[in-house]
Design a protein around this ligand. Structure first.
Ligand code: NAI
Ligand code: MG
Length: 369
């Protein structure tokens, strides 16, 4: 088999610290499991700006487009707060999303049993929770035109953002949701606001038609997005896969994430369209958290979000389902053993740093082989 091409973009702050723990897992998989990952490295964010004067170089962009998957750490930090807007660290991530056409953002909300007590919700509400939010990432109100602040000439200004969705955009994002549902609980809940938004009416129609023609075996339900927000907090276990637009998805995925844990625990994936020849999707995997300048360099960062992002990469880019399951089980296992980084520390548990946590997860992963 051809090598599996991974591009690592560790970025700034705690990005490289968390990525180092993933690198150990990859090294083990190559050495002991014949996984055949070939690694390339690049710069993104502030560290790229320092070298190239922009947040990602053309050469690294080309590597990202050629890779089977990109692992992204985090970007940004106070030292780049005053760089020009177009080349600020976040511009690197936006460029990757745009050029790789990563239209589907996957945000799982999984409740690790060992952390069920630390949720802000009651234990019985979140224990065993395993849902996946599929957020449309390249359309909607964040990108629709016109987008401006218009001077009305009478002392008033008008701020304008435009929600726009075309049929193909709704078809492809709902297709991803239905396909993923088939590998999980076989249920999709589509959320929009068709009661007040035309784009919501179209969204509902296209999801319904896509379901009928291509995925009739999957259970589909529709929910107004505001009611969906309530249901996520009231009874989240009713959901399997939720599919929604860019704006609602931004909020609903953050709500869902906080049902279960700390920022240091949360992975994500962003997928593009399947290649016409190979059927492979372009993909980027990254933790939800940022570069955490307040703890960068102290060895305190929780590497779990980054490691869990790699587990998603195994699952979605390489169909290495057994390995992905095993890596997720290893994370659950070290939490059961009572190991905690500072961000998830609670009474009676064992506080560890980034490297110790990474080592423990790798050891567990090996032991579960
Ligand atoms: P942040 O996610 O970096 O940190 C928020 C808080 O959570 C901090 O107290 C941090 O120490 C803690 N935290 C985050 N990840 C952690 C981990 N793995 N382990 C332990 N604690 C963790 O968000 P913040 O502070 O708003 O932004 C810091 C910088 O990161 C900014 O420059 C921002 O622009 C950038 N950022 C980058 C993102 C990305 O690369 N995708 C996403 C969000 C922010
Ligand atoms: Mg957000």
């Amino acid at each position: 088999m051809a090598a599996r091409k991974l591009l690592l973009l560790p970025g700034d702050g705690i990005g490289p610290e968390a990525m180092a723990e993933v690198r150990k897992i990859i090294a083990y998989m190559n050495a002991e499991l014949n996984s055949d990952f070939s690694l390339e490295e690049g710069l993104v964010g502030g560290c790229a700006y320092d070298v190239h004067g922009k947040a990602i170089s053309e050469a690294d962009m080309a590597k990202a487009l050629a890779a089977d998957a990109v692992l992204f750490g985090a970007v940004g930090g106070p030292e780049w707060d005053s760089v020009p807007y177009d080349v600020r660290p976040e511009a690197g991530l936006l460029r990757l999303r745009k050029d790789m056409e990563l239209f589907a953002n996957l945000r799982p909300a999984i409740c690790y049993p060992a952390l069920a007590d630390s949720s802000s919700l009651k234990k019985e509400i979140v224990e065993g929770l395993d849902i996946l939010i599929v957020r449309e990432l390249t359309g909607g109100v964040y990108f629709g035109e016109p987008k401006e602040i218009r001077d009305l000439g009478n002392g008033q200004k008008r701020g304008i953002d435009t929600q726009v969705y075309d049929t193909y955009e709704i078809e492809r994002i709902s297709g991803v949701a239905f396909e993923l549902a088939r590998t999980r609980g076989n249920k999709v809940t589509s959320m929009e606001k068709r009661n007040v938004m035309k784009s919501g009416v179209l969204w509902n129609e296209v999801v319904t038609a896509t379901h009928k023609t291509k995925y009739p075996d999957v259970k589909l339900e529709h929910m107004l997005a505001d009611a969906g927000g309530m249901q996520l907090v009231r009874w989240p276990k009713q959901f399997d896969v939720i599919v929604t637009d860019n704006l609602f998805g931004d909020m609903l995925s953050d709500i869902a994430a906080m049902l279960t844990g700390s920022l240091g625990m949360l992975p994500s994936a962003s997928l593009g369209a399947p290649d016409a020849k190979t059927g492979k999707r372009k993909a980027l995997y990254e933790p939800v958290h940022g570069s955490a300048p307040d703890i960068a360099g102290t060895g305190a960062a929780n590497p779990i979000a980054m490691i869990a992002s790699f587990a998603m990469c195994l699952r979605y880019s390489f169909n290495m389902v057994a390995e992905a399951d095993r890596l997720e089980a290893a994370v659950a296992g070290v939490l059961e053993d009572g190991l905690r980084t500072g961000d998830i520390m609670s009474e009676g548990k064992t506080k560890v740093g980034t490297v110790e946590m990474g080592d423990a997860i790798l050891a567990k992963f090996q032991a579960l082989a």
